[in-house]
Every structure is written in C-alpha cells, then in structure tokens.
Design a protein around this ligand. Structure first.
Ligand code: NAD
Length: 314
C-alpha cells in the first residue's frame, strides 16, 4: 500500500479525493491548516489528518517526510477573490506554499507531485475556440498569476530534479455544499444551489459573464486518474467540462424553480476576475486521450440536473 499526502486535504475537493484514493487502496494523509470534523467523519478510518500551514517549510517538510508519502496531491490554496483582496497572502500561500511542497518533496525523495492550477489562468475577453494546454498565457489577475507561477515551479522541478510533476487545470467547480467563500466563481454553484433550496440569490457577476465549469465528481475522477496513472506523456492537463454564462444558468434553474428569486448585482472584484475569462472554453482532449477522462456532466443543463439530484429536488 503506498501513501498519498493531500495538502488542502480538508477542503471541498480534498475530502472527496481522499475518499476516492482510499477506495483505490492508497493510505491517505491529509494536511490542512484547519479541519471540519463533519467533513472528516465520512472518511475511511485509516485516513490521517495533520494540521499545518503550507507557508511554513518546516511544517510541510515534517509532514511529508514523517508520513513517508510516495506521492503528493497539492491542493492547498486561497481562491480568486481572496487573492485579489490580499496579494501578499496569495503569494505566501499559493506561490511559496507550492514551492515548499516541491522542495520538501525533493528533500524527502518523493517521486510524484500533482498540483492544481486553474482554468483561471486562461483569459479571453473576446470569442475564441476551445483552449488547449498549449494556448499562450498572460494573466492579469492575482490568483491566475499565482497559479501560473506554480505551474512554472512544477516544470522546473521536473526538468531540473526529475520529479514527476503533473499539473491539473480544473474549471470552476460546481457542487452542492461548495461554499467557496474566497472564490470569484462561487456564483457558479450558489446560483444553482440557493434557488433550488428555495433561497434568494444575488449574483455578484453580470448575466453575460461566463465561466468554464466542471462537476465536483468529474474533477475528482480526473484528479485521481492524473495521480494514479503509471506514466503521463504530458505535464499539464485541462480538467473541465463546459462553459456557461450566469444568465444561462439562471434560465436553467428557472425551468425547475419558476419563481426563483435571482438578481444580478455585479461586484467589482468578482466582475473583474470573471470578466477576464468570459469567453474561455477549455479543450479537454488531452486528458481524454491520455487519462481516459470522460466527464459525466458535459452541458450546463446536465450540471444543473446533477445539483438538483444531489440536493434531492429533481
Ligand atoms: N473550487 C474551484 O472552483 C477550483 C477551480 C479551479 C482550481 N481549483 C483549485 O483546486 C484546489 C482545491 O480547491 P477547493 O475547491 O477544494 O478549495 P477549498 O477552499 O475548499 O480547499 C482549499 C483548502 O486549502 C486549505 N488551505 C488554505 N491555505 C492553507 C495554508 N496556508 N496551509 C494549509 N492549508 C491551507 C484550506 O483550509 C482548504 O481546506 C485549489 O488549489 C484551488 O485553487 C479550485
């Protein structure tokens, strides 16, 4: 049995990935600065949780070396709006944190590190075709900058030290219960979930703002495939499903909840971040070809239906 250490393992994706990797026979160790006991309760008995901060190299190194991890999935990060609000913290957690994980992996002799970047690194303010992993990047937002720099450190540790670094670029995650308070994309779930639960929702972006999307279970499946694959022929993989505007999601929700109380009041930070990726559509062919990644929910309507089913209102 090999050991996988998941940083940010107490987060929305982390606990779900832990469940899948334990189910695949991995011994899983979670590393996070805080854990929610309810989230941990659903995990297999053998899953260990270590409290620590990725901004401390010593804490990261101790956890990685002490757990004798054979591989790492690095998810710990702060998300887009929080990064725009606090660029210093964004650098400390997202950039230094990623560097600490890679350097501790090198020192501890860990051969494989999967790192989550984001589809936010793509920017398209006018219509363009689906973007694959070779599309040029020039992000202006803080979050995307931190993710792009993290990708470069991954490429460096692969090139210089031969570590098998693998980067995932997920679309904005959709899934009931995704609080995502620090994400400019939190509307992608809340716009669906709140009206389905009978609550009003004030959307912080404009109706024609849009985002690449992926359902949480599809992303977790893609991450597990990326991590567990014996070998991968490329270093970076898009893991998305489709894109939708806020207006389109609202229309789909109103088909189920005709009197849904949805209003649009763009807030400057969320609108700035999301406006930059208004026309981004991810091309996921590389992950399909190399990892067998086939997301189950590939249209905005399917994402809304999946949320309704999970919440129990379908
Ligand atoms: N949620 C999305 O829409 C989305 C989209 C693209 C990429 N991603 C990336 O996927 C990863 C996981 O996202 P998520 O949706 O699970 O977010 P999340 O906020 O639920 O989880 C992130 C976890 O990182 C932890 N963390 C933050 N700072 C830390 C620190 N200094 N030390 C240790 N732990 C720390 C948090 O406590 C949290 O549990 C992140 O890297 C994120 O950037 C997320």
């Amino acid at each position: 049995m090999s050991t996988t250490l998941i940083t940010g393992g107490g987060g929305f994706i982390g606990v779900r990935l832990a469940r899948v990797l334990s189910g695949a026979g991995e011994r899983v160790v979670l590393f996070d600065r805080r854990f929610d006991s309810a989230a941990l309760a659903g995990l297999a008995a053998g899953v260990e949780a270590i409290e620590g901060d990725v901004t401390s190299f010593e804490q990261v190194h101790r956890a990685i070396a002490g757990s004798r991890a054979g591989g790492i999935v690095h998810l710990a990060a702060i998300l887009s709006s929080q990064c725009e609000d606090d660029p210093l913290l964004a650098f400390q957690i997202n950039v230094s944190g990623t560097f600490h994980v890679l350097e501790a992996a090198r020192q501890a002799g860990v051969g494989k590190v999967v790192v989550t970047s984001s589809s936010a690194i793509f920017e398209a303010d006018q219509p363009s075709g689906p973007l694959d992993e070779t599309a040029p990047l020039a992000p202006l937002g803080v979050y995307a900058m931190t993710k792009m720099v993290g990708e470069e450190w991954c490429a460096f540790y692969h090139r210089r030290f031969g570590i098998d670094t693998r980067v995932a670029r997920p679309g904005a995650v959709v899934g009931p219960g995704r609080v995502a308070s620090g994400a400019a994309s939190s509307w992608t779930t809340a716009l669906i979930e709140e009206p389905l639960r009978g609550r009003p929702y004030v959307c912080p972006v404009a109706e024609n703002d849009s985002s690449p999307l992926v359902y949480h279970s599809d992303l977790v499946d893609g991450l597990a495939r990326l991590y567990l694959a014996e070998q991968v022929p490329a270093r970076i993989y898009n893991l998305g499903a489709c894109s939708a505007t806020a207006g389109e999601l609202a229309r789909l929700v109103r088909e189920r909840v005709p009197n849904a109380r949805i209003s649009f009041q763009p807030n400057p930070v969320a609108h700035f971040v999301v406006g930059r990726w208004r026309y981004v559509v991810q091309n996921n062919q590389r992950a399909a070809r190399d990892l067998g990644y086939q997301p189950r929910y590939t249209t905005p309507a399917a994402l809304v239906a999946a949320c309704a089913e999970e919440i129990g209102t379908s």
